[in-house]
Write a protein that binds this ligand. Structure first.
Ligand SMILES: Nc1ncnc2c1ncn2[C@@H]1O[C@H](COP(=O)(O)OP(=O)(O)OP(=O)(O)O)[C@@H](O)[C@H]1O
Length: 331
């Protein structure tokens, strides 16, 4: 039995997602205490309950303590099964964060796993669905991770109702060294139930700012009518990503500018991955016991994910400072 103190480091939701994911991969029974102790509202929230419940369906786990507000769970996984699973988060809870919890284990299933998830595609404090598809999965595909992801409907806060289909294939991942890549910044600017000029203005502002800083940019624009109302933009190049969400009273130009500013900071730093991907790659580097990247900052999320991963797997991470950047490697 592995015991994980959920108040370690960042002490948020990510420790739980990584811990149950690696529990499912290794088959080790896991007890997590002090869940989200460092957050103002400790204990499991709906999105965490949904993520653990969904993973438990895939690996036939027995779970104790799985309810809202719970600060202790026991997760006992069994054999992983392929198949089709429909998961309705029921709120605008983040689809990408739910998938973040299922993705490390899913490639170890003997059969492919087809997930249809209903919830939020573009919500705060989370990767956007476009970020997950292009930055996270784009980067993981270099390791050999195989997943097809379709964003069918967008879901914004508070209504949600977005729909994503992800098909994950059994695959073997290999250590990969991520290097900075001078590519054209690509992007998607979108809205639902708002005037068509909103995503156009977001995109145009982002493109002109990025070009002023010496990078090329191309952004696709979509305006649709879905159940929820909102707007956003995600940019990527290829393992560096950035996103910004619209909200009432915030000019579309500011949304475009916010996303552009972030990606310019990341690109100017010369890092090979952005600060968010830096924490997201850790479990996969642990699973294939190798690989490296550079990032402009090592966040508490990254340090915490390193700690959790080292509790489950026979892997050791090293962080070295190289000029203004940090190099993270696994062996
Ligand atoms: N703008 C963003 N772009 C890409 N990834 C992001 C972005 N914002 C957050 N993330 C990622 O989302 C995850 C959030 O983890 P965190 O522990 O904060 O999650 P949580 O479950 O929402 O928890 P809590 O409510 O406890 O904060 C991390 O992997 C982080 O890198």
């Amino acid at each position: 039995m592995i015991e994980i103190d959920g108040s370690y480091g960042e002490g948020g939701g990510q420790i739980i997602r990584t811990a149950v994911a690696l529990s499912a991969v290794t088959g080790l029974d896991t007890k997590i205490t002090n869940i989200r102790r460092n957050r103002p509202d400790p204990g499991l929230k709906t999105q965490h309950v949904k993520a653990i419940e969904s993973l438990s369906r895939i690996c036939n786990a027995d779970v104790e303590g799985l309810n809202l507000g719970s600060e202790l769970i026991r997760f006992s996984p069994m054999e992983m099964e392929g198949g089709s699973f429909k998961i309705d988060i029921q709120t605008a809870g983040s689809i990408p964060l739910l998938l973040q919890c299922l993705m490390p284990a899913a490639i170890f299933s003997k059969e492919r796993i087809e997930l249809t998830v209903i919830g939020g595609t573009d919500v705060a404090w989370s990767p956007t669905a476009d970020y997950l598809k292009h930055v996270t999965l784009g980067s993981l595909s270099k390791m050999g991770y195989q997943c097809n992801m379709q964003i069918n409907t967008r879901g914004y806060y508070p209504r949600g109702g977005g729909s994503v289909k992800a098909t994950i294939f059994p695959s073997k991942i290999k250590p990969t060294d991520y290097l900075p890549d001078k590519c054209t910044v690509r992007g998607v600017s979108h809205c639902s139930n708002l005037p068509e000029h909103v995503p156009v203005r977001q995109a145009e502002t982002a493109i002109s700012m990025i070009r002023e800083h010496g990078y090329e940019a191309e952004v696709d624009v979509f305006g649709k009518s879905h159940v929820s109302t909102g707007s956003g933009i995600t940019l990527w190049c290829p393992s560096i990503g950035s996103s910004a969400l619209g909200r009432r009273g915030l000019p579309a130009e500011t949304v475009g500018k916010n996303a552009a500013k972030n990606i310019i900071t990341e690109l100017d730093s010369g890092a090979s991955v952005d600060v968010h991907l830096a924490d997201q790659l850790i479990p996969y580097m642990g699973l294939c016991r190798g690989g490296s990247y550079t990032a402009r900052e090592i966040t508490e999320h990254t340090r915490t994910n390193i700690w959790v991963t080292e509790q489950f797997l026979d892997v050791h991470f090293t962080i070295n400072r190289i000029g203004q950047l940090f190099e993270v490697s696994a062996d």
